[in-house]
Design a protein around this ligand. Structure first.
Ligand SMILES: [Fe+2]
Length: 323
């Protein structure tokens, strides 16, 4: 016997899902990663979403094509998430460090090989008429449990903040793909993104700060569609829950940021003022979301942020409904 794992099928037709969200998995924290993944497993999520920085390809040197593969292999060999006895169905997207380097975007020279590398490692194959479909870049749409999960690619098409034309976070093709998906059938939709959406308060690297006009444009499109939207993000190396005021989408929603399951922790909650913030914690963390689709245009949410030993940092219940 070389290895043994257990897995079971999921009932995709039920109208609720308990899922975990994690991001920012650095191999500089070998003493923490094991207990964090153990804590996550013990919360018993039915699915796991990894939303960026699954690997820090650029920790030790500037990334080239061989380094992309080598660094993913090193992370794979170390992290407990890849050695679970009982496998959790997992879907992933990337952020900058697994894409290839700090805050890179469409100018990155190895996008093609990085895409092949990432899709090989996460191995989330699409089959015809299945619940998972692929969009531009490494983006995916997963439809099940009366819900929709849009895993966005915030790197492949992203312009730098200083771009004088075509200032964009997702690129035109991915925006179109997102809106077509939301229009296809009304259902509560989690838009999952490596970078924060409403991270303007921090003045770095978010959709709102880097691509303000683009966000304003896509927000007006999202206001038009009938699927209610909840944002889920990573990147900031802190856990944060934001209330997004109804002036944005026409109804109140949330941005749930789960970042730094084992990575450098940002001492941000002392230094940034964010009027949208309901809760935050700077410590190793992951978030578990219990979502129940109450019809196509409303979802009930239970949101809990956890730390080491399953310590609860905050918990929040809410409904998001298209008015
Ligand atoms: Fe990160």
């Amino acid at each position: 016997m070389i290895d043994e794992r257990n897995f079971k099928s999921l009932d995709l037709d039920k109208k609720a899902l308990k899922f975990a969200v994690a991001s920012c998995m650095s191999d500089m924290f070998s003493n923490v990663q094991g207990e964090m993944w153990d804590a996550l497993v013990k919360t018993r999520p039915e699915m796991l979403f990894l939303i960026g920085d699954l690997c820090y390809t650029d920790t030790f040197s500037k990334t080239d094509e061989a380094q992309l593969w080598r660094r993913f292999a090193q992370s794979r060999n170390q992290f407990a998430v890849y050695k679970m006895k009982n496998l959790i169905p997992t879907l992933a997207t990337w952020d900058d460090h697994d894409f290839g380097g700090n805050n890179l975007g469409r100018e990155y020279q190895f996008i093609e090989s990085s895409t092949t590398n990432f899709m090989t490692y996460v191995a989330q194959d699409v089959w015809q008429n299945g619940p998972l479909s692929r969009g531009p870049g490494v983006s995916h749409c997963f439809e099940a449990f009366g819900l929709r999960f849009q895993l966005m690619d915030a790197r492949t098409f992203r312009s730098q903040r200083t771009a004088t034309n075509d200032n964009t976070h997702w690129g035109a093709a991915q925006e179109e793909w997102l809106l077509a998906s939301l229009d296809r059938e009304t259902r509560p939709t989690f838009i999952m993104n490596g970078s924060q959406i409403y991270g303007g308060y921090m003045q770095k690297d978010s959709y709102e700060f880097n691509h303000f006009e683009s966000l304003r444009r896509i927000t007006s499109e999202l206001r038009r569609v009938s699927s209610p939207v909840i944002y889920v993000s990573g990147d900031i190396h802190a856990s944060e829950l934001m209330r997004i005021e109804s002036e944005q989408l026409g109804y109140e929603t949330f941005e749930i940021t789960s970042s730094g399951i084992h990575s450098f922790i940002n001492p941000f909650d002392a230094s940034y003022v964010n009027p949208r913030r309901l809760a935050a914690k700077m410590d190793f963390n992951f978030t578990v979301i219990e979502a129940a689709a109450v019809g196509p245009d409303r979802v009930d949410l239970g949101i809990t942020a956890y730390g080491r030993n399953r310590k609860v940092f905050y918990t929040h219940t809410a409904s998001v409904a298209r008015g």
